[in-house]
Design a protein around this ligand. Structure first.
Ligand SMILES: [Ca+2]
Ligand SMILES: [Ca+2]
Length: 378
């Protein structure tokens, strides 16, 4: 690096250590600043935080001259952290006391952008004073509470961006804007996981293989996880056939991830969530892959058999919500062909034998009674 680059402004350097196994390690951030340049730096008081803990961010000032008031915007993840309070750092408070200065903290101002919640905090020296603060000093502490631990960064921080700049007024009422850096971080101990993925509802698949856009929640699709202790954790589904289940406590015992689609066999998958590190299990975001939901179980008993056929036949040509597998407003050939295709299939974990015939009558007899030809290879 050249002196000129530093003289022109702070130079940021990121070193990515690569070990002998060529695993990319955590990168190390350095900022080089010309000696004497004014800047601010952020620190966290904690080395390790978990759900319910508080995190205190301290803004430290370097090489300021005659500061009489100052403020900054602090970005934080509003889903994870809840603002608690702002205080003068002890160092600043002691300095004020020793110099007979009274200091007023600004009321925090809250705002939001697309990425973050933002709190604007600051403080001013009160009354007449001959001089402001010069040199290096810890200024303000801002404290948050960890209200969710669905956070999985290796290096915990309050949010993207943190603090960009610190703005202060000096004794001659000039506004000075100085750069701010945060290289500090803490270990975030997450104990909850998120699982997500896609489901594949056979009667709502485009022939090209992707799910049709539908109000799956409105159609009664349910995604949930069942813990080893039987506890159920409900998830959400969106109109693109994606599901998400949050707040699963990490455990060394597996969860069963279950997707129910009306008119279809239920699908389920066992997964163990959480990443082990030094004997401790941490939360993670894990994608779960599930078998398709097979269409045809209109009575929801976990098997596709003659009972489903019978029900469809009874409602054939009508607009019956439960029997209309593909929800196009009519019970017709499309619906019964799913049953024909998947006849005698059984959902995962279902201990029930599908019934092939009703008395002497089988699937083909019912198809023929509707004027339909059985498919060749049936
Ligand atoms: Ca059935
Ligand atoms: Ca239909």
């Amino acid at each position: 690096m050249y002196y000129q680059e530093i003289a022109d402004g702070p130079l940021k350097l990121v070193l990515d250590p690569i070990d002998l196994a060529t695993n990319l390690g955590d990168s190390v951030h350095y900022t080089f600043i010309k000696k004497g340049t004014a800047y601010a730096e952020g620190f966290y008081q904690e080395d390790e935080v978990k759900l319910g803990d508080s995190v205190t961010f301290t803004l430290s000032l370097n090489n300021v001259e005659d500061l009489v008031s100052g403020k900054f915007d602090l970005n934080y993840l509003g889903d994870i952290y809840e603002y608690k309070d702002v205080k003068l750092n002890k160092e600043f408070a002691n300095f004020a006391k020793e110099n007979d200065l009274s200091v007023t903290l600004d009321d925090p101002v809250f705002s939001k952008d697309n990425f973050s919640s933002i709190v604007t905090v600051g403080a001013s020296l009160e009354g007449e004073h001959a001089q402001g603060v010069t040199g290096n000093m810890n200024f303000i502490d801002v404290t948050f509470e960890v209200v969710s631990d669905l956070y999985y960064e290796n290096r915990g921080n309050l949010g993207y961006g943190g603090v960009d700049t610190f703005t202060y007024q000096n004794i001659t009422n000039e506004e000075v804007v100085i750069p701010t850096f945060i290289h500090d971080y803490y270990q975030f101990i997450s104990k909850h996981a998120v699982v997500y993925g896609n489901f594949t509802p056979e009667a709502f698949m485009h022939e090209a293989g992707f799910p049709l856009t539908r109000d799956y929640e409105g159609l009664g699709v349910k995604a949930y996880a069942k813990g080893a202790d039987g506890k159920v954790y409900n998830g959400t589904v969106d109109e693109h056939a994606q599901f998400e289940i949050t707040d699963l406590p990490v455990s060394d015992k597996p969860y069963e991830i279950i997707i129910e689609v009306p008119g279809h066999l239920t699908t389920a998958q066992k997964v163990t969530v959480g990443k082990e590190k030094n004997g401790e299990i941490y939360g993670e975001m894990a994608q779960v892959y599930l078998q398709p939901n097979i269409a045809g179980d209109v009575n929801g008993d976990g098997v596709i058999d003659i009972m489903d056929v019978m029900r469809i036949v009874a409602m054939y040509g009508k607009d019956d919500k439960a029997m209309d597998i593909n929800k196009d407003g009519i019970v017709d050939e499309v619906d019964i062909r799913y049953i024909e295709k998947n006849f005698l299939k059984v959902g995962p974990g279902v201990k029930k034998d599908p019934v092939e015939k009703l008395g002497p009558k089988g699937l083909n007899d019912f198809l023929q009674s509707l004027g339909l030809q059985p498919t060749e290879d049936n």
